[in-house]
Unconditional design. Structure first.
Length: 578
């Protein structure tokens, strides 16, 4: 007799999160453990919603067609069960949002019948509060929005009706959470707990042709910055590609293609949405490519006015020139850094072209006469000297946003100047002394910048310091003397100290400072062993009584003669591979 087939059991009940979001509730760790989605979002896996039988109720269709009447002809009041309360840490996505059409952002509406703007723990109020507390600090890094109008949009809850605006708002919360986690806010504000939110990329249509408007571009731009903050380089390139795709489709690169009915604020926001500087930055420090060239842009620089001045010009007609008695020193510094990145773009082109043969490409037909690097830096410093005095020196942070916003921009200008200097002087034809001079100047400048601003720059600054390591690494690969090694060694330890300060609050810290100190220690041990093996009887002993952070530090002493075996040496390959 054939065995009776096993009855297929009904799937287990989904948790509250998966039920609200209409996603599969997968328990990979066991039936009594939290589901994978709750583990990913780091929230409690609860089953607090009331139980109800499957299927429709008997007489429900009749009840829907005709309201029940009490004796006397009065309509009976419908009893609505109250919505179960949720814990503070619960992911209150609240609803599954649906689009009536993928091309209409304004039709994106909430379908949760229990949602109320007066609810004590509505997620939208949490989003607005989270953004309001940090938006003034995040705008100091990238002016991707106009803070007064953006905060009004949150207050009016317009992000509940526009999917693109919701995506950019959620992206802002992702960036705010990551920077607060890593201490990237110069004030004492810290998030008490991890910000729980739905992934903003879920609000970006998979078909980018349906992502109309600038809000999706802003969401991709902010997510790219968040990816850098989290050390997710592949995600950074993904969002950058999405941004450029949307930018080309919207015609962001040419003001002639913009709508004619834009307000003053809308025009300025579009001008601020450029990812050109970040594009050149990633190509410089991460070895990528520059996707958007400065000569292909037909967009004016953002006006150097304060945001409150722009806010008062919302109903004013658009004019090409705008004069005000209150110029924005901060925006002046931002536009100056854009000038530096335009120079940096061509400096990268010149360096990469030097690696090719003369007739390998049409570049030789159009190549202009290159300007010597010293003359180029002299021109850059002349532009720097024309900046307002507030941008030429970085004052300590005071907690006053009006003061600190200028101080941070001054630190950003200094960091960009040093990045340009490292690129120009990192060519192979530079000698050891020249490279050490550049690296020493960079570290000297960073040592004068208050640590609050360095942490506000956060993860991107680590990549700046990586450029110093590249320069010093090229020095260590060549022939060294005792004096040059001691100079490089001091620079490496100075950089390790700066890295230690920067990595103290970063969640994605890689321990680069400790590895750098360990590498210097290994080289010191190799130097000490080689020095004793080659020491001649007439050569005076070398004092090894000095210490640095717990390990032996050899002294440089007097410069050795050229006939000394230790006068010029090369480090073994196994040390350089580290």
């Amino acid at each position: 007799m054939p065995q009776r087939p096993r009855k297929v059991q009904r799937i287990s009940r989904a948790c509250d999160l998966c039920h609200r979001r209409s996603i599969k509730c997968t328990k990979t760790r066991g039936p009594l453990e939290p589901c994978q989605n709750c583990v990913d979002f780091d929230i409690p896996c609860t089953y607090e919603r009331p139980l109800r039988k499957r299927g429709g109720r008997r007489g429900a269709r009749q009840g829907e067609q005709e309201p029940a009447c009490q004796p006397g002809g009065e309509v009976a009041a419908t009893t609505i069960s109250p919505r179960p309360a949720h814990s503070e840490n619960d992911l209150q996505v609240g609803v599954t949002a649906q689009l009536s059409t993928p091309l209409d952002n304004n039709s994106w509406a909430i379908t949760d019948p229990h949602y109320s703007s007066d609810s004590p723990l509505t997620p939208w109020k949490a989003l607005a509060i989270a953004c309001h507390s940090v938006v003034q600090e995040l705008v100091q890094v990238f002016p991707l929005f106009h803070p007064p109008s953006f905060l009004r949009v949150l207050r009016d809850e317009k992000h509940l009706k526009d999917q693109g605006l919701f995506a950019s708002t959620m992206a802002m919360c992702v960036l705010a959470s990551a920077r607060a986690r890593d201490g990237g806010l110069y004030s004492n504000q810290r998030s008490r707990s991890r910000l729980s939110h739905p992934p903003p990329e879920e609000s970006i249509p998979r078909d980018l042709a349906a992502a109309r408007g600038t809000e999706y571009m802003r969401a991709c731009a902010i997510l790219r910055i968040a990816a850098i903050q989290n050390g997710q380089i592949r995600d950074m390139h993904q969002y950058l590609g999405m941004y450029h795709t949307l930018s080309i489709m919207e015609g962001l690169h040419d003001e002639k293609l913009w709508p004619r009915d834009l307000s003053v604020v809308d025009v300025e926001v579009r001008r601020r949405l450029s990812m050109y500087t970040l594009d050149v930055f990633s190509a410089t420090v991460l070895g990528g490519i520059i996707r958007f060239r400065e000569v292909q842009s037909n967009v004016r620089y953002p006006r150097e006015v304060n945001d409150d001045v722009l806010d008062s010009m919302i109903e004013a007609p658009i004019s090409a020139d705008c004069t005000t008695h209150e110029p924005s020193v901060w925006m002046r510094g931002w536009n100056f850094t854009t000038d530096l990145y335009r120079i940096l773009e061509h400096a990268i082109d010149g360096q990469r072209q030097m690696q090719r043969t003369a007739n390998e490409s049409p570049w030789s037909l159009f190549r202009p006469t290159p300007v010597p690097d010293p003359l180029l830096m002299e021109h850059v410093h002349s532009l720097f000297s024309a900046l307002p005095s507030q941008l030429q020196s970085t004052k300590p942070a005071t907690g006053d946003p009006e003061h600190d916003i200028v101080g941070f921009q001054s630190a950003n200008v200094q960091a960009t100047l040093q990045l340009l200097s490292m690129v120009l002087f990192s060519s192979e034809d530079q000698g050891v002394e020249e490279k050490c001079e550049v690296a020493g100047n960079v570290l000297s400048v960073f040592s004068t910048v208050p640590i609050e601003y360095l942490k506000a720059i956060s993860s991107p600054l680590l990549y700046h310091l990586g450029g110093i390591g590249f320069i010093l690494g090229s020095v260590m690969e060549g022939s060294l003397s005792e004096m040059s090694y001691q100079r490089v060694r001091k620079l490496l330890l100075d950089m390790a100290a700066l890295l230690s300060q920067m990595e103290s609050g970063l969640t994605r810290s890689t321990g680069a400072s400790e590895r750098l100190k360990s590498w210097v220690k290994r080289i010191d041990e190799y130097m000490d062993t080689t020095r004793h093996a080659n020491m001649r009887s007439e050569q005076p002993g070398i004092d090894q009584s000095q210490h640095f952070e717990g390990y032996m530090r050899p002294t440089s002493g007097q410069p050795a003669d050229f006939d000394d075996p230790l006068a010029y040496f090369e480090l073994p390959s196994d040390l350089l591979d580290d």
